[in-house]
Ligand binder design. Structure first.
Ligand SMILES: [Zn+2]
Length: 317
């Protein structure tokens, strides 16, 4: 993923918001333990899965690390889901490079017509082009602990729960590839590749989930998730559902009911294809797109909070 149309607005908005939330932070931490939550989701397990993912090395498309990490996700999900579909395809970049990519779709209760789609990207960025990076750092790939692995950890741990507790709807966990490869622009070049491919190649004709949620960069130790404004404008009922569920569970100071920025991310091609998919993202993350996006910046507790909400949405009546 990457920002943003209104960078200044977003930064200003977040620095203001940060001060307001500091006093409330303690209560949310008490609401969740990193271990097993009320829904049975384990933040500790999610953290460990993210760590395994990061240990393969940067998951840059076309590299051996990406091959190994993708194979690992497929194995883990085959052990948990009812069906796993792998979409393998080749993307030719603007400069003529041919990238092998894989979207991985893990399905629970595949016979159900009423379905919820969860999305996360599993690739990591080939360059650390944050404005805060040094020139030498800018040539390095992003380790992607939060940006790429946090969502993978979340999904594998969610698979642990859904294997034991049948969801009340069909659930599709989509791991997209090639989200973070190129330039976010505008114009966008060689980004959101897997999401665009999925929008053009749904798993069945007329595939239309009830709603969808993209979970991206949700492991930050200092987690605070305002509304992403493309989601708020284009699928407000899904935003309400997710933030209200979080509030009901006592996570109102993490899922804050405030405007965030407009983020260009994997939900956009899906929204454009008619699916009601929102982005849950904490973009206020200083190591974003730097070589410092490492495991010490994320926490089991943050993953537990988000995982508890993600699980409740599909398992509670
Ligand atoms: Zn990114």
């Amino acid at each position: 993923m990457l920002a943003i149309v209104l960078v200044c607005l977003f930064v200003a908005c977040n620095s203001d918001a940060k001060e307001g939330s500091a006093a409330q932070r303690g209560s949310s931490v008490a609401a969740t333990s990193a271990g097993r939550t009320s829904t049975g989701f384990s933040g500790t397990a999610a953290y460990d899965y993210a760590k395994t993912q990061v240990a393969f090395g940067p998951r840059v498309p076309g590299t051996p690390a990406a091959k190994q990490a993708g194979d690992w996700i497929i194995r883990e999900m085959r052990a948990r889901a009812d069906t796993v579909i792998v979409q393998s395809f080749t993307h030719t970049t603007a400069d003529g490079k041919r990238l092998p990519l894989r979207n991985i779709l893990a399905r629970f209760r595949p016979e159900q017509t009423e379905r919820v789609l969860y999305v996360t990207h599993w690739d990591s960025r080939p360059i650390s082009d944050s404005p805060t990076s040094t020139e030498a750092e800018k040539k390095m790939p992003v380790p992607g602990a939060n940006d790429g692995a946090s969502g993978v950890g979340l999904f594998v741990a969610l698979g642990d729960v859904l294997k034991k507790t049948k969801p009340n709807v069909g659930v599709d966990l989509l791991f997209t590839d090639g989200e973070d490869y190129g330039q976010f622009g505008p114009p966008e070049v060689d980004v959101l590749i897997g999401s665009k491919y999925f929008a053009d190649h749904p798993p069945s004709p007329g595939y239309k989930p009830l709603y969808g949620v993209l979970w991206d960069m949700i492991g930050d130790k200092d987690l605070r998730i305002p509304y992403e404004m493309n989601s708020f404008q284009q699928a407000p009922e899904v935003v309400s559902r997710v933030w209200q569920t979080a509030a009901d569970m006592g996570y109102g100071d993490i899922f804050v009911q405030e405007s965030g920025g407009l983020v260009v991310d994997d939900h956009i091609p899906l929204l454009n294809s008619g699916m009601r998919v929102i982005d849950v993202i904490d973009l206020d993350y200083p190591p974003h797109h730097t070589p410092q996006d490492t495991m010490d910046k994320i926490s089991a507790k943050s993953l537990a909070t988000v995982g508890d909400v993600a699980t409740a949405l599909v398992t509670r009546k």
